[in-house]
Design a protein around this ligand. Structure first.
Ligand code: SF4
Length: 492
C-alpha cells in the first residue's frame, strides 16, 4: 500500500461510527459517560477495572482510574476501551483503597486525552480528582467568568469548572463542593476524591443515575447496578437527587447540598441506554422494556407473522410485544458485535450501507413474512429507513414499525449527544410523513402514559413517573437558557 493511500484511509483523528455528528454512519443517540467509585477496599483498582468494564457501553473513547493510598494518588488514563487502556502492570501500580474511575464518550473531534477522566489537580489543600457523568448547562458561562477572573483551564471538560470553583473557595472541601454544586445547573453524577475522602453527589433532579452498594465493609458507587453485580457487591440504594455522600474515616455521612427538586431520571436510560440487567429506581430494565413492548401492543396492535427487535436494546420490548399479542418473536436481525470503532473513513456509498456493518436481516426468517419491527427511538430517521429497506430486501412483505418511546423532538441538555433540533425527523415531520420517509407500512410510537406505566411510575404522585421526558415534550426540568451560552450534549 502506498503512503498516499495510507494517508487517505488511516485514522484521521475522528471515529466514523460514533456520535450523532456528521461522521456518524449509524445515527444513534450516544450514551454519556460512566463512573465507578470505591471506598475502603484494598483491591480498589481491580474492582474498578471490572466495574468500568461493565459500564463500557456508556463510553468507549477513553477510560481512566485514580487510586489513593491515603498519602498520594496513582492514576492512569488512556484513549480506547477499558481492556485497551489497562493491563496487569498498570493496574498493579494503582495501589490504594479509595478510587474513582470513568469511561467516556465524547463528540467527534473532542476525544483528546487531556479530557479523559478522572481529572487530577493539585490545589491548596492537596490532591483532588474528579469524575462525572452528565452535562453542566451553564458551564460555558461559569468558565468565561472564571477565565475573566484569571483562571487558566487545562481541558475543555466542564468537570474542570467544578474543580476551579472548589479550588477558589476558602472553605473546607465539603462546604466548597456544596457551594460549587449550588452554582451549576444540569444533569450530573459527580465523584470527587482526595487522599482520604470520597464525595459522591447527584444533581437536584437526579437526571443521571448513580447507585450505592456494599462489598463487605467497602462502599461501591456506580452509574448502573450491573457494575455492582459484576464485582459481587450488594445494592444498597440509588443516590437521591441533591444528595451529597461523604466517605472518610468516620464512615458514610449522608448529607445534601440542596433540597431535592422534582425527581426526573432520564427516561432514555429506561428506553435505551442502560444495560437490561441493571435496575433503576427499583425497576429492572429488561422487565421495564418488556412492559414497554406489551403496552405498545395494547396501544397499537397490528396483525403480522412475526415480531423482531432491533438488537440489542429492543429485544426485550419485542419479547414483550410478542407475549402480549401471541405473534411469535423471531430473530429477524443479527447484530455484528465486532463493529467497534471504525478508523477508516467510509465513502458515501459505504456510509449509505453503514447499517449493514452493524445489522443483517435473517432472510430465511423474514422472507415472505409480515414483520413487526420494534425499535427504541428514531433520531434522524436514516437508520430506521435503512433497516426497513434491509428487511424488505430480505423478502419481508410488510414492515410495521413500533417505537417504544414517544417521538424524539428536542435536544438534550443533560449529557446525551443529540443532533440539532432541525435534524430530528420527529420535529419536522408528522407521523404519516415519517412513515412514508421510513418506507414502512405502519408506524406508531409509545404514548407518554404508556411509558410511565411501563417503568412502574405513578403519574398521580410522581412528576411524569419520576422521569425527564424533555426530548419528547420540550419540558426541561431545569433552566436551560443562559443567554446563548448554554451547553448541549455531553460536557464530560
Ligand atoms: S432530555 Fe431526554 S435524553 Fe436528555 S435527560 Fe431528559 S429524557 Fe434523557
Amino acid at each position: 500500500m502506498s503512503d498516499e493511500l495510507n494517508k487517505q484511509t488511516l485514522w484521521t483523528g475522528d471515529y466514523y461510527n460514533q456520535g450523532t455528528g456528521p461522521n456518524d454512519i449509524f445515527d444513534t443517540l450516544k450514551e454519556e459517560c460512566g463512573v465507578f467509585g470505591v471506598y475502603g477496599h484494598s483491591e480498589a483498582a481491580s474492582l474498578s477495572y471490572y466495574g468500568l468494564h461493565a459500564l463500557q457501553h456508556r463510553g468507549e473513547e477513553s477510560a481512566g482510574l485514580c487510586v489513593s493510598d491515603r498519602n498520594q494518588f496513582h492514576y492512569h488514563r488512556g484513549m480506547g476501551l477499558v481492556k485497551e487502556v489497562f493491563d496487569k502492570d498498570t493496574l498493579g501500580s494503582l495501589t490504594g483503597d479509595i478510587s474513582i474511575g470513568h469511561v467516556r464518550y465524547s463528540t467527534s473531534g473532542d476525544s483528546r486525552l487531556t479530557n479523559a477522566q478522572p481529572l487530577v489537580f493539585r490545589y491548596r489543600a492537596g490532591e483532588l480528582a474528579l469524575a462525572t457523568n452528565g452535562n453542566i448547562v451553564n458551564a460555558p458561562q461559569i468558565r468565561r467568568e472564571l477565565e475573566e477572573a484569571g483562571s487558566i483551564f487545562q481541558t475543555t471538560s466542564d468537570t474542570e469548572v467544578v474543580a476551579h470553583l472548589i479550588a477558589r473557595s476558602n472553605k473546607p472541601l465539603v462546604e466548597a463542593a456544596k457551594d460549587a454544586f449550588r452554582q451549576i445547573v444540569g444533569g450530573f453524577a459527580f465523584m470527587i476524591m482526595t487522599n482520604e475522602q470520597l464525595i459522591v453527589a447527584s444533581d437536584p433532579n437526579g437526571l443521571r443515575p448513580i447507585t450505592m452498594g456494599r462489598l463487605g465493609e467497602a462502599y461501591i458507587f456506580a452509574s448502573e447496578t450491573c457494575a455492582l453485580e459484576t464485582i459481587g457487591a450488594e445494592l444498597v440504594r440509588d443516590v437521591q437527587p441533591g444528595e451529597l455522600l461523604i466517605l472518610d474515616q468516620h464512615g458514610l455521612i449522608e448529607d445534601r447540598y440542596i433540597e431535592p427538586q422534582r425527581k426526573a431520571l432520564c427516561s432514555m436510560e429506561y428506553i435505551y441506554f442502560a444495560r437490561p440487567d441493571s435496575d433503576m429506581n427499583g425497576a429492572n430494565l429488561h422487565a421495564a422494556r418488556k412492559r414497554m413492548g406489551s403496552v405498545m401492543a395494547q396501544e397499537s396492535f397490528i396483525d403480522a407473522d412475526l415480531v423482531t427487535g432491533v438488537p440489542d436494546s429492543s429485544i426485550s420490548a419485542a419479547i414483550g410485544f410478542a407475549e402480549q399479542t401471541g405473534i411469535p418473536y423471531e430473530l429477524g436481525m443479527i447484530k455484528n458485535k465486532y463493529t467497534g470503532r471504525t478508523f477508516i473513513q467510509p465513502s458515501q456509498e459505504l456510509r449509505e450501507q453503514g447499517v449493514k456493518m452493524k445489522l443483517s436481516a435473517v432472510r430465511r426468517v423474514v422472507e415472505g413474512k409480515r414483520v413487526v419491527m420494534i425499535d427504541d427511538s428514531i433520531v434522524r430517521g436514516t437508520t430506521s429507513r435503512r433497516i426497513v429497506n434491509m428487511l424488505r430486501d430480505a423478502g419481508a412483505t410488510e414492515v410495521h414499525v413500533r417505537i417504544t418511546s414517544p417521538p424524539f423532538k428536542n435536544p438534550c441538555f443533560y449529557g446525551i449527544d443529540t443532533p440539532d433540533r432541525r435534524e430530528l425527523i420527529a420535529s419536522t415531520m408528522s407521523i404519516e410523513e415519517m412513515r412514508k420517509e421510513l418506507n414502512a407500512d405502519s408506524l406508531t410510537f409509545l404514548s407518554f402514559e404508556g411509558l410511565i406505566k411501563a417503568v412502574g411510575g405513578d403519574n398521580s404522585t410522581d412528576y411524569k413517573g419520576g422521569m425527564c421526558m424533555a426530548c419528547f415534550d420540550n419540558d426541561y426540568p431545569t433552566q436551560t437558557d443562559f443567554g446563548g451560552e448554554e451547553q448541549f450534549g455531553c460536557g464530560c
